[in-house]
Design a protein around this ligand. Structure first.
Ligand SMILES: O=C(O)CCC(=O)C(=O)O
Ligand SMILES: [Fe+2]
Length: 804
């Protein structure tokens, strides 16, 4: 079942998913993609199939009757905010949770804006600096590889490492060059429009790098688009040079003789897939694995820190077990997957017992083509979750998730960023770097000194590793223009335990320094307080439905599409043939029907319960996952708390069985929508594509939008904007979503076979942002508790398709 709630206002349209046991897809495209269909139905949406039953929804109607009181906001595009006045702009009403402009310090206080979130704090600078550029240009020989990257064992001459008798007695290894020289006769065709558009959108996501951090489980974090384009290019170049040198890429096999469907090389230490052991030299050619480049070390350490900052920000610092232990890798396994590459479900458990026991994390860098990545608590394919790893993503699993099963069942062909492929000439496929630590005895402990801008515009904390990688200590904290040394934290990195203690480390905008001592040295000043309520809100919905009278329900059957079987009903007020308002009959659609007591509830199997547990965990870190899908389009993952979801369902159920409640709408011509619908605030009529006060077919007046819904919507728009601002540093004001108060809420109920055709919300004078269009569908799972905020002015050119 899938249940969605759509609210429309001036420019904003929101979808909240309150309950689902399937994952519908959400796609974007532009109107041109379906010109025929759009012509048929220019103002509303259309159906993609000849369904018997269907539904519809649409757009905000009138500003004049918008509920503006208590909201007191400006949603006016004509008055775009300046980046430095953004707080005033959106936050004109008092109920907002934008962070304070003024921060009181040491009792006496000043205006210090601590809310600027510099991207560099999340992403770091470009750590890899053309490391490969001065590596000698190898005298490459042509060698062919099949789809799995297997060399065709062409005999090679003229290359040192290809000689039969190289002076170290090493065996031949066919060179696998991930960036082979292109034949000059190959004409590079310009990528088609839709590819370029997609690329543009990806770049826009990339430019907000570090924005998308998802907690996938305890100790498991996915940082979307974390590695900058420049760093990706440099990583590819470095790996290419290392890969064609001694100790470089080869196609490994197991003791059974079975070959892996990838090319591999190890850095730091050699991992031998046959013996499952770490060794200093590679068994088959005695090559010594190259060192892990320093720039890789830096990136891995930064990634672990950033993920912890995020975790702490979202769960508070109370639960240390949820934090990922720090490590500095001594092993990096570099895999190259061609488009047919894959890697079976496995655990990474060949590292030392101490490393495993401490849950020291595995850090994966994905570059090039996307990969489907499976992970789960057992090897059973039914029990795994799936996530797509795209170019620039960093996945970390440590702590309680250190021993998860994981694997790569497939590569998404041609999904790599064109710019990356053009800059590096990388062959089609995916580069994956797996960092981990085997032995804790030989850590590189010296020579590090770093500066990390933890990113508040006026609260820049420089961290210096005092030589040993053990003690991190902020050297200076700049506040409101004046600056001093203030020590805010100490990290015992060496223990592999808690790292970032009480630092102002937030990747997100809502971090605010609780107290920062400025004069002189200072200890224990917590800069890390996170006002979670500003992101997540409390639970605004307080049993709104509890005092709604208990309706006297009558049983009525519905088929899979939620079509009532038109059973004649008696005994219910709104079911009478002649109700005193002359309304037509409407079969009651109860989204929470009474269970038949004879049905025995079978306990869910373990893997289902495990999955549920994991979902609950994600849910408990509500508000954690905010994803910018495009300009003016934001997805807040798991935003609605479980309690609120329950209350939304209860409220909608009560409203749905009352006057003006659920019915199965249809278009002129007799097609019905594949869902049950009711309108709150105003009625939207799918036949005329008009908003009306009364519902034409039964003259019912739509119920009011509950005040709690208004509150939640308002909060969701604010939170999405805070996030957008935090990630763009206020630079992309046009992409911020104007806030308005909805006058329409369309509530849809989808059964398992429910679906919703392609449509646009175009009643307004929407101006299209051609530059953002993309003719390619982008899948996006909506899960329970998710909220999508779409700014119609910016993103309504997209056709939105919810299907399931
Ligand atoms: O390529 C990946 O994403 C996973 C690699 C992996 O699991 C490994 O190297 O052990
Ligand atoms: Fe692995």
């Amino acid at each position: 079942m899938f249940f969605s709630l759509k609210m429309f206002y001036g420019y904003v349209y929101m979808v909240a998913v309150a309950d689902t046991s399937f994952k519908p897809f959400f796609f974007l495209t532009d109107a041109d993609h379906q010109p025929e269909l759009c012509k048929l139905c220019p103002l509303g949406f259309f159906l993609t199939s000849n369904s018997i039953n269907s539904t519809t929804i649409e757009v905000a109607d009138s500003f004049s009757i918008s509920k503006m009181s208590g909201y007191n906001r400006q949603g006016n595009r004509s008055a775009p905010a300046k980046s430095d006045s953004r707080i005033e702009h959106t936050n004109v009403d008092s109920g907002t949770d934008w962070k304070p402009k003024a921060v009181k310090i040491d009792g006496s206080l000043d205006s210090a804006s601590c809310s600027q979130n510099y991207k560099s704090s999340v992403t770091g600078g470009s750590l890899v600096k053309n490391v490969a550029s001065d590596v000698k240009n190898y005298n490459l020989i042509r060698i062919s590889f099949d789809d799995d990257g297997n060399s065709k064992k062409v005999k090679q001459f003229g290359d040192k490492i290809q000689n039969d008798d190289d002076d170290s007695g090493r065996l031949n290894r066919p060179v696998f060059d991930i960036c082979p020289k292109r034949l000059s006769s190959v004409i590079n065709l310009k990528a088609p429009f839709h590819v370029l558009n997609k690329e543009k959108r990806n770049q826009s996501k990339q430019s907000m790098k570090g924005q998308n951090i998802m907690i996938l489980g305890p100790g498991m974090v996915l940082m979307k688009g974390y590695i900058s384009s420049v760093d990706q290019i440099n990583i590819v170049r470095t790996c290419r040079e290392l890969g064609i040198s001694d100790g470089g890429f080869y196609q490994p096999g197991y003791s059974s003789g079975r070959k892996l469907h990838l090319q591999m090389m190890c850095l730091g230490k050699n991992w031998d897939p046959e013996s499952h052991m770490y060794t200093e030299l590679r068994r088959f050619d005695k090559a010594k694995p190259p060192e892990i480049p320093e720039s890789f070390h830096n990136m891995v350490e930064k990634a672990i820190q950033d993920s912890n900052e995020f975790i702490r920000g979202n769960i508070g610092s109370s639960d240390e077990r949820k934090v990922i232990p720090f490590m500095s890798p001594d092993v990096c396994i570099v895999n190259f997957f061609t488009k047919t590459g894959r890697l079976g479900l496995h655990q990474d458990k060949d590292e030392s017992e101490t490393s495993l026991k401490k849950g020291l994390p595995v850090v994966l860098f994905s570059i090039g083509d996307s990969a489907e990545f499976l992970y789960g608590e057992t090897r059973s394919i039914d029990e795994v979750d799936k996530v797509t790893l795209e170019s620039g993503d960093v996945l970390i699993f440590g702590g309680k998730s250190r021993l998860i099963y994981h694997g790569v069942p497939s590569i998404v062909p041609d999904s790599a960023p064109t710019s990356l492929m053009e800059a590096t000439n990388m062959r089609a496929g995916r580069l994956n770097l797996t960092f981990k630590i085997d032995s804790l005895n030989n850590l590189k402990m010296s020579g590090y000194s770093r500066e990390v801008n933890h990113g508040k515009s006026d609260c820049i904390i420089k961290l210096t590793n005092v030589g040993s990688r053990i003690k991190w200590k902020p050297m200076s904290v700049k506040i409101g223009g004046s600056l001093d040394s203030a020590s805010c934290s100490q990290n015992d990195k060496g223990t592999g335990e808690s790292l970032v203690k009480d630092m102002n480390v937030g990747a997100r905008i809502n971090w605010k320094p609780k107290a920062v001592k400025i004069d002189g040295y200072l200890d224990s000043a917590s800069c890390s307080q996170y006002d979670k309520s500003s992101v997540t809100g409390g639970s605004p919905l307080k049993n709104v439905a509890s005092d709604v009278q208990n309706y006297n329900l009558i049983p009525i059957s519905f088929d899979d599409d939620g079509n009532s079987k038109k059973v004649k009903q008696f005994g219910d007020k709104s079911q009478n043939d002649d109700d005193d308002n002359g309304r037509l009959n409407r079969p009651v659609f109860d989204i929470c029907p009474k269970r038949v007591t004879s049905v025995i509830k079978v306990k869910a199997p373990l893997h289902v319960m495990n999955k549920e547990k994991r979902n609950q965990y994600k849910q408990s870190i509500k508000g954690q996952n905010i994803i910018i899908l495009g300009p003016g389009m934001v997805l807040l993952k798991g935003y609605i708390s479980s309690v609120d979801q329950i209350n939304i369902v209860r409220t909608c159920r009560e409203l749905g069985i009352s006057d003006g409640g659920f019915y199965q709408p249809g278009y002129t011509g007799g097609t019905n929508l594949h869902l049950q619908m009711m309108c709150l605030g105003k009625n939207w009529d799918p036949e005329s594509h008009m908003y009306t006060e009364l519902r034409p077919f039964d003259k019912a007046k739509p119920p009011r939008i509950p005040e709690k819904f208004h509150e939640m919507v308002k909060k969701a728009i604010q939170d999405s904007n805070e996030f957008t601002w935090g990630n763009t540093g206020g630079l992309n004001e046009p992409d911020v979503i104007p806030s308005t108060s909805p006058d329409i809420c369309i509530v849809n109920f989808y059964t398992e076979s429910g679906r919703h055709g392609l449509h646009q919300n175009t009643i307004y004078d929407i101006f299209y942002r051609e530059e953002y269009y993309d003719k390619k569908w982008l899948p996006c799972n909506l899960q329970r508790g998710d909220v999508v905020v779409i700014c119609i002015a910016l993103a309504a050119g997209y056709v939105v398709w919810l299907a399931g």
